[in-house]
Design a binder for this molecule. Structure first.
Ligand code: 3PG
Length: 311
């Protein structure tokens, strides 16, 4: 009779999931006859290197999986990023190590979209300083990339009575028609016409530092730029220049910029959450965490690679 070795699945999260999500992950893992190992709130990479040494699978969030981690993980077959963006995983190195990398698209999208609106209202109401602010109703909202988060932003914007424009060359026309949003033909056009722009592009070699003087600087007065995507997509020196020349320009972000001190000088016009928290809700943690666990089980049991993102 063949002897099956119990698969070990590690959850490695510097920013932990809500307890209810961990309970759900544990259920999925243990019901599949696998063992769950937890590494939460680690501060040192050495802890991660140690924890991956004998595991078959890893569930991560924004945790970095690079060549060193992959080399230390001798039994590793699959990494699932419980979330959308996988710019924290070295995909080429994973492929070279024969490791499958997946994400869980859409699972935390509503949480990020709701935060984008929380930040919009906060900025439009002058950061609750008691002075007279503005309303979102009737304003032109530009959604820069209409993926899972962008689409949720569009859905919520309708409730606010905003006039919705999107720029995304990958979204099929049926979706644009079904959602009754207006598509523009370039990012330049989007920024030049919208009062508020909400950024939802991934960080790729093409998008990194792509939002600077040309795009942000072209926004009509008063301008509000909301970034719940990645700090890397902003050209920080150029955005600082725009903010210095334009007292009407506000920038709110869920991802603290590298030049945080420089941005913080624009008091009343800049806000960054202390920690990236767009996906930090119990619901999003449950959705993304459990989806990740199920994808791993399905991968081991049936070879399902549906959400694979590396070659
Ligand atoms: C994502 O890419 O899914 C979001 O940025 C959430 O990231 P987090 O899991 O680190 O909160």
């Amino acid at each position: 009779m063949p002897v099956f070795k119990m698969k070990k699945i590690l959850v490695a999260t510097q920013k932990p999931f809500a307890a209810v999500a961990v309970d759900g992950i544990r259920d999925v893992v243990e019901n599949a006859g696998c063992q769950l190992v937890m590494l939460e709130k680690y501060t040192d990479k050495a802890e991660l290197l140690d924890a991956v040494a004998d595991v078959d699978a890893v569930i991560i969030r924004s945790d970095k999986i690079d060549e060193e981690v992959l080399s230390a993980a001798k039994n590793l077959k699959i990494v699932v990023r419980a979330g959308a963006g996988y710019d924290n995983v070295d995909l080429d190195a994973a492929t070279a190590h024969g490791v499958c990398v997946m994400n869980t698209p859409g699972q935390n999208a509503n949480a990020v979209a709701e935060l984008a609106f929380g930040m919009m209202v906060y900025a439009y109401r002058n950061m609750y300083n008691g002075t007279s602010g503005m309303e979102l109703k009737g304003k032109k909202l530009g959604i820069h990339a209409y993926g899972n988060v962008g689409r949720n932003v569009g859905r919520i914007a309708k409730g606010f009575g905003m006039d919705i424009y999107i720029y995304d060359c990958y979204t099929p026309q049926e979706i644009i028609d079904a959602d009754c949003v207006k598509r523009v033909s370039s990012a330049e056009e989007l920024y030049a016409m919208c009062d508020v722009v909400s950024v939802h592009i991934p960080a790729t070699p093409e998008t990194k530092k792509s939002i600077g003087k040309v795009l942000a600087g072209a926004m009509p007065k008063p301008a509000l730029l909301v970034n719940t995507a990645r700090k890397e997509v902003i050209n920080e020196p150029e955005l600082l220049e725009v903010m210095a020349c334009r007292p009407d320009f506000k920038y709110v972000t869920d991802v603290a910029p590298d030049a945080l001190d420089e941005f913080a000088k624009f008091e009343g016009r800049f806000f960054a959450t202390p920690k990236k928290m767009g996906a930090q809700t119990a619901e999003a943690n449950v959705n993304a965490g459990i989806a990740a666990a199920k994808q791993i089980v399905d991968f081991f049991e049936n070879g399902n690679e549906r959400f694979r993102v590396n070659k």
